[in-house]
Design a protein around this ligand. Structure first.
Ligand SMILES: *Cc1c(COP(=O)(O)O)cnc(C)c1O
Length: 426
């Protein structure tokens, strides 16, 4: 047994599944997870010192690669001044100003501690502002683990959903309506059924939690139009796409305006941070200005703000990060398609900028049922083969692959070579 396997045995005695977040347990690929000791640039090193080219990137935050000196120094500097005050600090103002500057359609920012918290609060705000209870989400989009968002399809498309987790009351998710991603007809039908009851539509503008699934031409615009027509708010959950597709996130990338935007992952630079943002009018419905309550003891934590501010400022000052990592994403997607073709493995690679995922299916993947045509056994074999060759991918098919600014041409070529060998063996 190696050190990761030994640690995993210990971990399972004192932590559910041995982990603090389920996907890390590697159950979808039937292996013991690697315990990571440290990471630098595009590499991470496990407890045995084995090195991997990392395409998980902490599930997105590490867009500059691991252990970036600019962020590390900002954090070290902040630590010297104290870890937490529970009082306003200068950096909170600076990061909010930066976000308002860079992201279209936001005038005010509320910082929280995770993406889950950001989305949960944005939904409360949308309900508070509209005085309506129902929300509409899409199958395969993940918005964190708050109760009202843990739903699977109802028995009829027009009924509320079923809880997808034990411990979630049916009474809570009965207000959550669901439609298929990219299916305007489904959304129209729900609005027609509940014209004055839907508080908000929440969407990942690029879905990245069923693997990467791109919005079809006109889909996001169509949601905007329906929300306007029926007086609902449109929430873009940009926890992954924010500061990833480009500085302005999906709103800038696709030219569609959201009423509320949620962030997480990248804006914390690797520290636990989330945020929800919108127009002044909407955001001033939040306490202490308005009747929608939301608070947080550690929200806007000075060390977390230092990391987020350093990374966001660096991104603003280095636009080549986006052109470079976007080109790398495209190159990798094409290399994987070519390798799959060479070895006759049916693979569909979806990619936008530095986000991509290969699905082991011959079909186009435009929604959750499409993603579910993927051969999961094949994904597990591919994952294991890549890991053995020193490439760390997401340990589940329905996740994204993240390319960072730190990935070099050589590392990409090594990844493509590994994929070629693994596809040959499938
Ligand atoms: C990761 C994620 C969340 C949840 O963020 P946490 O920080 O894990 O709570 C919400 N929405 C999207 C789109 C995500 O990818």
């Amino acid at each position: 047994m190696d050190k990761s396997e030994l640690l995993f045995e210990e971990a399972q005695k004192v932590m559910p599944g041995g982990v603090n977040s389920p996907v890390r347990a590697f159950r979808a690929v039937n292996m013991a997870p690697r315990f990571i000791a440290r990471a630098d640039g595009a590499y991470e090193y496990d407890e045995d010192g084995k090195k991997y080219i990392d395409y998980v990137c902490s599930w997105g935050p590490m867009i500059l690669g691991h252990n970036h000196p600019v962020i590390r120094e900002a954090v070290e500097k902040a630590v010297k001044d104290g870890l937490s005050f529970g009082a306003p600090t200068r950096r909170e103002v600076e990061i909010a100003e930066l976000m308002v500057d860079l992201v279209p359609n936001i005038q005010e920012v509320r910082m929280v501690n995770s993406g889950t918290e950001a989305v949960m609060s944005a939904i409360r705000l949308a309900r508070g502002v509209t005085g309506r209870d129902k929300i509409l989400k899409f199958h395969g989009c993940y918005h964190g683990h708050s109760d009202c968002l843990l739903v699977s399809a109802g028995s009829s498309a027009l009924a509320g959903g079923h809880p997808s987790s034990a411990g979630v009351p049916v009474d809570i998710v009965k207000h959550t309506l669901t439609a298929q991603y990219n299916d305007m007809g489904g959304v129209e039908a729900l609005f027609a059924e509940y014209p004055d009851q839907i508080a908000c539509v929440i969407v990942e503008p690029v879905a990245a939690n069923m693997g990467v699934v791109l919005p079809k031409e006109g889909f996001l615009q169509g949601l905007r139009k329906l929300c306007d027509q029926y007086g609902a708010l449109l929430i873009f959950d940009e926890v992954i796409t924010g500061f990833r597709l480009c500085l302005g996130g999906a709103q800038a990338y696709y030219g569609v305006k959201a009423d509320l935007t949620t962030f997480g992952k990248i804006i914390g630079g690797g520290m636990p941070v989330g945020a929800y943002c919108g127009s002044r009018e909407v955001m001033e419905q939040v306490a202490p200005c308005g009747p929608v309550y939301q608070a947080g003891t550690l929200s806007g934590n000075p060390v977390a703000m230092a990391a987020g501010l350093a990374q966001s400022t660096y991104l603003r000052d280095h636009p080549e990060v986006y052109t470079d990592s976007g080109e790398k994403g495209k190159w990798l997607a094409e290399a994987m398609r070519a390798a799959a073709k060479r070895h006759n493995v049916p693979v569909t690679v979806n990619q936008v900028e530095s986000l991509l995922s290969p699905f082991f299916t011959g079909q186009a993947v435009e929604d959750l049922p499409g993603a579910q045509t993927s051969d999961l056994k094949r994904y597990a074999a591919y994952f294991a083969g890549m890991l053995q060759r020193g490439v760390a991918l997401a340990p589940a098919q329905f996740e994204a692959m993240f390319v960072s600014a730190a990935h070099t041409r050589e590392q990409l070529e090594a990844t493509a070579q590994a994929a070629d060998e693994v596809f040959a063996s499938l």
